[in-house]
Ligand binder design. Sequence first.
Ligand SMILES: [Fe+2]
Length: 296
Amino acid sequence: MRVTFTDIKPEIGSLVHVDKAHLLDDEVIEQVRQALETRGVLVFPQIDVSDEEQLAFTDRLGTRTNFTKKAPGSDVSAADVYKITLDKKINTEPDYVLGTFFWHIDGLLMDIPLPKATVLSARRLSDEGGSTEFANLYAAYEHLSDQEKRELEGLRVIHTIEAAVRPVFGSTPPGRAERYREMAPPMEHPLVWTHADGRKSLLLGTHADGVVGQASPHGRSLLWRLNQWAAQPAFTYKHDWQVGDLVIWDNEGLMHRVVPYTDEGRVMHRTSIGGTMKPGHPATEAAMAKMLEPVY
Ligand SMILES: [Fe+2]
C-alpha cells in the first residue's frame, strides 16, 4: 500500500501517510483526489515539501491558479507560492492576513471560477495561536432539517470585502475602499450551491454580507446563524501545525480560519488549484441597494 488514509472525525478530515518519493505517483494522486471530495481536509504530517515539490503536487492534482498575484507576499522568485505571514519584510499589508482570522472561502470575492482546493505547508510556526480550523459546508447543509433546506433553497447572498475586513478595521480605511473594490467586487452567490456532481453545500463566511431581497438585519441574522451552525464541533476540524505539515482542503465545500497569532515568525506557503465552476456573479446595484435599505 503506497498510501493510507485514517479518518480524523466522522464528518471531516483524514490523515494521509505516504512516502514522499511516491507523492506524485498516479495511484496516490487518484486516491488523494477522491479522498479530498469525501473527507474535505487531508493532512500529510511532517512531509516537509520544498516549494518545487509543493508546486509539483499542486500541478498533479489540477490546474495551478494564483488569485493573489498582486497581494503583498507574492514572491516573484517562487511563482505561484504565496507566503502567509505577518513578517513586514515579506508582507507590507498585514490586513489581508488578519482577515484570515475569520471564516472565509478562498477566492469567493473574485469574479473567477472558485479555486477548487488550497494546499498549505507550515514552514515556521508561531509560539501561540496559528492553528487552522476547517468547517465542512456539505455536512452543514446535509444536517439541516428538510424544512430548513426548503427555506434556504433559492436564496442569494451578497459577499463583500467590506464585510470581510469589518472585524479587522471596523470600517474600511480611507483610500483602500477603491482598491478593494477593484480587487474584489461585491459578488452574488447562491446560499445553497449545487455542485456539478449534484452534491449541495452552503456558501458562507464572514464576507457573507446580506441576502438579496432582504433588509440587512434580517439577512445578516440568518447568515450569522448559519455561520454558527456550520462552525459547530461536529462539522469542524482544528489542525495544530507541526513544521513540515502539508494540508490540502476542498475549498469549494469548506470554509476555514486561523486561530489568531501575533508572531511575525510564522510563515505558511500556499498554492492553489483552480476550479472550473463559478457559483455566482458580480452583484447588481439593485440587489445591493435592497440589502442596504433601512427597516424600522
Ligand atoms: Fe484562506
